[in-house]
Design a protein around this ligand. Structure first.
Ligand SMILES: Cc1ncc(COP(=O)(O)O)c(C=O)c1O
Length: 389
């Protein structure tokens, strides 16, 4: 049974976030007032179309893109699939080689494996012990058959931020398209398609206190992408299906709020992150942190407790009993909590350790008092686990 939400301390904002009440209000108003199909030619349809195009303009502005370069989709997963498969099939005449990092979200890795079965060859670029890709290894991996490189802006499990500007520069020099998955960074750190030198960029709404089931793909003008969904020709024919106008207005409102408050919010959350890391180290024996300590998302903390990695899921359940939600592994990709994390293994943990990563992810509504309570409770719960060994 779900506990009273008022008493829950939610530290799993990298999986998804609660909707901002202001965003929910905007969506409700859109449902009421702009119910038309944006493709209909009558007044109700054209009103919906206007809202759609205003939303596109606003989102483009936040990303430093041009409005026609924004394609609204149904999720981050869909945007990532569209980027990989769409670029692959539209550019197969130039080559059939694609490079992705080994720590991408499953929706990139599984799309890449599917493309292998369609005759494309994929290089899975390793990362170092902090989770950072090696630019010179990438340089060596690019061949004259490479059409696309896809490296995430920051990792969803360990929060490591990748050197995307450098990747973008290299790709441009080598005439290869560059896609980046920014689902974990949009609204958390600056995301600017010009500064990042990306050709394609994935964002979604539910990681920044917007609705689930809404995403977007930035496609730089001139990049050919084969559609995955064929139908009525919406979104310039790249993503057919009647646009989800309430979802899109909610997404854009959530993004505007997150981007407006970005600097002070980053400062606030970074201070919480530092506090939690210091306290965990002091209170619990054998704590070690996963991911980069310097190139790191401010809201992410991923740690194991030496010798107790096998108890990660039990610790998660004990915390849940106490009303605290954290995650083990990459809970935003599946419920297979028992499988060792591919990300933790890629940074050098063995499968036993890679099962025991606990991820805390803070959000805009995380309060100081909640962290105090969390620190107190986790100290007690870990003591309960210890005697078992
Ligand atoms: C890095 C990353 N990419 C893609 C996704 C998938 O996004 P969605 O849940 O909108 O399909 C997620 C989270 O779920 C994510 O963290």
């Amino acid at each position: 049974m779900i506990q009273d939400p008022k008493h829950i301390i939610y530290l799993d904002n990298a999986s998804t976030t609660c909707i901002d009440p202001v965003v929910a209000e905007v969506m409700q108003a859109t449902y009421r007032e702009y119910y038309g199909n944006a493709s209909s030619l009558h007044s109700v349809g054209t009103a919906a179309h206007e809202v759609l195009e205003q939303s596109r303009e606003k989102l483009a502005g936040l990303l430093a893109a041009m409005p026609p370069e924004i394609i609204f989709t149904g999720s981050g997963t869909e945007s990532n699939n569209l980027a990989l498969k769409g670029v692959a099939f539209a550019n197969a005449h130039r080559g059939r080689h694609i490079i992705v990092s080994a720590i991408e979200h499953d929706c990139i890795l599984k799309a890449a494996r599917w493309l292998e079965r369609q005759g494309f060859s994929i290089t899975y670029l390793p990362v170092d012990c902090e989770g950072i890709i090696d630019i010179s290894a990438l340089e060596k991996a690019i061949t004259d058959k490479t059409i696309l490189v896809s490296i995430m802006h920051a990792n969803n499990e360990i929060g490591t931020i990748e050197p995307v500007e450098e990747v973008g520069n290299l790709c441009r020099e080598r005439n290869v398209f560059f896609h980046s998955d920014a689902c974990q960074t949009f609204g958390k750190i600056p995301v600017n398609v010009q500064a990042m030198n990306v050709d394609l960029l994935t964002v979604n709404a539910h990681k920044l206190h917007g609705p689930r089931g809404v995403g977007a793909l930035y496609i730089r003008n001139g990049v050919a992408v084969e559609p995955l969904l064929h139908g009525g020709g919406q979104e310039k024919g790249i993503r057919s299906s009647t646009e989800n106008i309430p979802g899109i207005t909610g997404f854009v409102k959530a993004a505007e709020i997150a981007c407006t408050d970005l600097e002070p919010e980053t400062e606030r959350i970074s201070a919480f992150q530092e506090w939690i890391m210091i306290e965990l180290k002091q209170r619990l024996d054998g704590v070690y942190f996963n991911g980069s300590l310097t190139n790191r998302l401010p809201h992410n903390i991923n740690f194991c407790i030496e010798g107790m990695e096998g108890e990660g899921i039990r610790l998660q359940l004990l915390l849940d009993d106490a009303g605290i939600c954290v995650s083990t592994g990459s809970a935003c990709s599946s419920n297979d909590g028992g499988n060792p994390s591919h990300v933790l293994q890629a940074i050098g943990l063995d499968p036993f350790q890679a099962r025991g990563g606990i991820r805390l992810s803070l959000g805009r509504f995380t309060a100081r008092k909640e962290i105090d309570i969390f620190l107190h409770i986790i100290t007690e719960k870990v003591k309960q686990l210890k005697p078992i060994f």
